[in-house]
Structures are given as C-alpha cells and as structure tokens.
Design a protein around this ligand. Structure first.
Ligand SMILES: [Mn+2]
Length: 302
C-alpha cells in the first residue's frame, strides 16, 4: 500500500471506532458493567501485534465471548503500535463493541508518545500531522470499566490530599469516576484520571498512598484503600496492567491481578481468562512463541 492508502485506511478505522465509542459510551470515562460468560483480559501489548495481539484476536477470540484490553497498545519496541492499535479497534468496530472492550493506558497520551516512539512511528508510516488524529482519539478513550464484577483499569486507585494534606482514597466506587472526570482529557490533566492510568498497587498496610518513583502526582496505593474501594460496590477485585510481570502476577491475596502481555521485556506475555467472575486460567506466550496454559491457582504464588 502507498502511504496515502495506508493513511486513508488508518483514518477510516480510527473514525469508525471513534463514532462507535462515542455512541456507546457517551464520553463516560468509566464504562460498563459488562457481563459475559468467558472473558479474556490482555495487559500492555506495546506493539506486540505479531507476537500477541494477532493470536488473541484469532485463536483466543474463538474460545471467549469478550476480550478486554487494559491499555498501552503503542510505544516501545517492536515499533508496531500502529498495527496493534488498529487491529484492536477494527474488531471493536466490526463487532459493534460486542467482542472487544478497550480502556486507555498511560501510553495513549502525548506525555509518552513523543519519547517512546509512537509519534515517530505514526509520522513515518502515515505522514506529517497524522498523530493529531490519534491524540484526539486517546483523549476520548474510557479509563476504566466494570467487567463480571471486577474493576478494570490500567494503573490503579487514585488518592487526593484531605484538609490536613493526608492522602486518602479519591473515589469510593467506580461510578464516582463519571462524576469527577470528564472527557476529552488529553494528557490527562485531571489528577484522578492521571492516577487511574499511572498508579501502582503495593502490598503495604502501614500506608494508604506513597509517592511513586514514576513521577510527580503518581502514587502507590496500599491494601486499605483497595479493600475500602472494593467494598463500596461489593466488587471481586481489580484487574490491571502497567507493571512488567512474567505474564500475570497476583497481589493482595487475589484482590489485585496484574496482567502484562508484551514481549519487549523478554518474559512471557500473559492472558487471563475469567469464567463468570472467577479467574480460571492463564495463557502464557513465551518469548520463543510457545503457548502454555495454566490453571489460575498455579499462578497465584508468582
Ligand atoms: Mn503502563
């Protein structure tokens, strides 16, 4: 395909997905609840289209009713963020949102795309000015979802300082995200939205929130805010991505499940399978391409 054909094709998929996203979600940053019999959760893919996303949208797709992508589709190596993102959006659009749910990661943002490769990738492949369209799309993407009784987000729970400056949980239940965050939000600038995309869980009991090494305004959240938040709507737990793991890592006695589905870090890419609201199985795609399936119980100790 010539560059102008590639560009036309990419913009058409992006436009179709944007129209459907706005139609289904009405610019709500928190979406759902979704209920589906058998669901696959895919963490950060970062351009691993050939290695991971193609397999998920192909073989895995046939054995599940819904595929939930946890964000971070672009940036890093291999530089296939464009193919990766468009493949996901195409299935979303073609299935009218019935087969695929996707949420935003911290890499769906100009805060990272100028430094980690996606801006350059899009500009080289599609020509000058193309990135603007993606930036606009990212600013409208949902930030969290509820799926089969689980809270689904890329990063984690947000905190804000109370009157004495002590950090406390900023949202008590998922629906508050729709009251406190409005889209579009490009960077995002809203501190709750930013932390939903960037925060990390830690199994700490002595602190609710601690400053995160990732940067200003980003935090680690502990056991207490996690339990408090889950209690609000009687949720099962949090499924999130964002941190490198050998496929899947289970924290806080199963209240937090970290799924990582990339290849750039040289470990396995993981796909978590839920049946109803129970985690059932993990599919591991090894760096050499071998696929291994494990019952969920076997990864709990990772
Ligand atoms: Mn991330």
């Amino acid at each position: 395909m010539s560059q102008s054909e590639l560009r036309e094709n990419a913009f058409a998929i992006l436009e179709k997905a944007k129209d459907l996203m706005l139609d289904l979600y009405k610019r709500r940053p928190h979406i759902g609840p979704f209920e589906s019999k058998r669901v696959a959760f895919v963490g950060d893919t970062h351009g691993a289209f050939e290695e991971v996303t193609k397999f998920v949208l192909g073989a895995v797709s046939k054995e599940v009713d819904l595929i939930v992508f946890l964000g971070d589709y672009v940036d890093r190596e291999p530089p296939n963020g464009l193919e990766n993102l468009l493949a996901i959006l195409k299935v979303f659009a073609d299935s009218k949102g019935e087969k695929v749910v996707f949420i935003r990661g911290n890499h769906e943002s100009p805060l990272t795309n100028y430094y980690y490769g996606f801006y350059d990738e899009v500009t080289v492949k599609l020509g000058g000015g193309a990135y603007e369209k993606f930036k606009e799309f990212f600013s409208l993407m949902p930030i969290s979802a509820e799926v089969n009784g689980w809270f689904v987000v890329h990063g984690g729970l947000p905190g804000l300082p109370d009157q004495e400056g002590k950090m406390e949980l900023a949202i008590r239940r998922p629906s508050e995200i729709n009251e406190k965050v409005s889209l579009p939000d490009e960077n995002p600038d809203n501190p709750i939205a930013l932390q939903l995309l960037w925060n990390d869980p830690r199994e700490m009991k002595e602190y609710d929130f601690l400053p995160n090494m990732r940067g200003d305004g980003i935090y680690y959240f502990g056991v207490k805010p996690t339990e408090e938040f889950l209690k609000g709507d009687n949720l099962k737990g949090i499924i999130r991505g964002h941190e490198v793991a050998n496929g899947v890592r289970v924290l806080m006695e199963g209240k937090v499940i970290n799924v990582f589905s990339s290849v750039y870090h040289g470990e396995s890419a993981g796909v978590l399978i839920l049946e109803g609201n129970e985690p059932k199985e993990v599919i591991l795609i090894n760096p050499n391409g071998d696929v291994l399936r494990l019952p969920y119980g076997q990864v709990q100790g990772y």
